[in-house]
Every structure is written in structure tokens, then in C-alpha cells.
Design a protein around this ligand. Sequence first.
Ligand code: GLV
Ligand code: MN
Ligand code: MN
Length: 428
Amino acid sequence: MNASNTTDSAAERAQDFVNNARLQSSIAALAAFGGRDDGGVSRETLTPIDLAARRHLIDYARSLGCEVMIDDCANLFFRRSGKTEQSPVLTGSHADTQPIGGKLDGAYGVLAGLEVIAALNDAGISTIRPIEVVAWTNEEGSRFGPGTMGSSAFVTPSLLTSYRQSVDKDGIVMGDALDAALKEVPDVPRRAMAEPMDAYVELHIEQGPVLERANAALGVVTGIQSVLWYRVVCTGMAAHAGTTPMNERSDAMAAAVAIASQLYARAEQEAASNMRLTLGRWHVSPNSINTIPGEVEFTIDVRCVDASVLVRFERFLQDLTTQHAWRGRIVFETLFRREPTIFPQDMRDLIDIACTRATQAAQRGLPQHLTSGAFHDAMYLADHCPTGMIFVPSKDGISHNAAEETAPADLTLGVQALAYTIVELANR
Ligand code: GLV
Ligand code: MN
Ligand code: MN
């Protein structure tokens, strides 16, 4: 924490009051919920561990003087009053993780927002607008699909009806998990969905290699690439592995592997457009060494900055699944579809000023402007209010992995940039 000059603006003073030690200890405290021996975190959405982490966040936010609220999708809001009741400036991210994730993906953005509030308290700054920090429910989408459920439902509440039908791999229905989460917090008042917000700013680790390779400590995010998720189901007939002649089989795995290899070949053809393809989840039935698979289901995650590449990809998938010659059946279903997001120029300009001041004070290079390869809750908030994002580098570009890491000094710079941006917005 630096002593600050009384002639500095409120945004500058807020930036200078960010406390590195407090930030690091709040990250470590949240990482203990679902913490693993390898340094990673397993805290999938609405699990008992996630509910305990939510209680920890509520207690921490209350200790900073925040009012806490929750909405019908169990998004948690921590509010610091302003001098007026005008619509708040919102920041935050998500506190759920991948099945095996790191301690920063999402958690950093929530804790950064709370660190901004702690810094404002220390600096004795009151803002014109209230500031709210949000922990969105189920950004990851690994347990209940699709991802970014909480933020998209907040912006479009009618989505919640279908989201509640989503079922996890153990047969638990999202609506039941949600009701249980809401019941856990009888002391937290309900707030309406889709409430007007003045602006939304999300701070996140980059999760890719761009900033590290450019030796840049901070990134101004210009937008988010488009994403499509599908589920492909190949249905053949289970039969004996030793007795069924090869030419008489209806082998669901043979069909799935053939489709997969053509999809990978397609990704190679699209290398110039930087299309990214992942076939991440597979279910084989009956999953026995000596039975021909009767059914194989796999997921496709495909992304590109250029949405027209994904339109071509979908046509290709359609042709592949309808023209594949074999005895069985292949169907595919879209699970998630989002066009590219572009953040407004004035939000990018403000974030650039905030990042530049923070990096100059630390004698680091200028911020880089980049597109996000990962999706984020900011993608849906961009439909609701002026939205922007700040990135900090990820060591070796690794994320969705226990080894996810960012240098503590970079984490602090990110929060400094966030503090400046939020206070400028909250004093407009
Ligand atoms: C978010 O976790 C993503 O998959 O981009
Ligand atoms: Mn994330
Ligand atoms: Mn993630």
C-alpha cells in the first residue's frame, strides 16, 4: 500500500490503496475450499464445497461493510453504498471451478472486487454510485451445461426455466441444486434479476500465452471470440468382441472415431483462422473391454474470432453426421451458441488509462490489447450495460489445470487497474 498525495483523484488514490498482502491472503483463503494437494482447486458449481465457499465470501464481504443479496440463479451480490441510489457499477466473476481447476480462474475477479472495496474503505473514499461485486453461479458449465448460466440468466431471466432442467453426471437436477443453495442462505435477501447496472468490469487471468509472450503485465480485452458447443451421439449395437465379424458390426466407437478424425482434419484446414476444436467429454456404453460399444457420446467445443468460420464448421458437421455410411444412427445437438462479443471503445479507453497508470508506476511495459480466447460472464453483461475486461498474464498460458499461476505482482497490478476503472465509473 502506498501513501497517496491528497491532490490525486479518487481513482488514483483507490489504485494506490490496493493491498498486495491482503489480496494474496484472500486468494489463499478461498482456494482452501476444494483445495488439492497439487495446488489446484476442485469446486464445481453448487456442490457442498461451493456452498461453503459462498458462505466464506458472504462473511468476508460483510466484514468489509457490504450488504449481501442473492438472485433466483443464486448469483451473489456484495454492495458498497454510494452517495446516491443511482444504478451501481458492477465488477466480479465466478467462484466455481472446473472439475480440476486452479485457484485463480474466476475466484481472482471476485476477490479483486472485494479488494477494491477494502482499498476504498482504507482510503476513506465514497463514490457517487454504489459499487457491487458479484460471484456468478456456474460460469464453467462443466457440471451443469451450458456455461455462464448465472450471468446469462441475470440478463435474460426467462433462460432460468430451461437451465433448471439441466442434469449432472450423477442425475442431480440443476433446479434442485439451486433451491438447496438458496435455502443455505436464509439470512441473505433476494434481489430481482436483470436489475439495471451502470457498467460491468471483469478482471480475469488471461488463461493463454499472449500477455506473457509480449512481456505485458496487463491486457485490455477488446472482445470475446465466438463459441459453439455440441453433443454428438453415435448409436450402434453392442455385441461380442471376439465373435462378431468385422464387416457385420455396428460399432458406435468406429463411427465416433471416424467423425472425430475428420473434425480434427477440418481444424487443421482452418489453422489460418485460428479455429480451436476440443472433443473434451466422452461416454462409452457399455464401456467394457470385450464388448463392441453400442453407444458413444462426445462433446465438441469449437471457437473462433471469425463467426463465419463456425457457420462453415456447423455445415461440415451436419454433412458429416448425415452422410456417414454405416448401419447405426448419428445425431448432434447444440448445447451452447454465442456470437463474438465486442466491448465498447469508451470502456476499452478507460481501462487502457487505468492499466497504463498501474504499469507505469511499476515500471512495466504498456498494456496489450487482445481478444479473449476463453468465454466469460462479461459476454452476457455486454448485452445489459457498458462492459469491459482486464487481463493479467497466465504463467506458461496454462489454465483449467491445477498448475494455473500468475505472478503475485501481476495480480496486484490487475486489481490496481480495476480499482481505478471502477472508481472512475462510479463517480460519473
Ligand atoms: C470458460 O471457462 C471457457 O471454457 O472459456
Ligand atoms: Mn473463468
Ligand atoms: Mn474456466
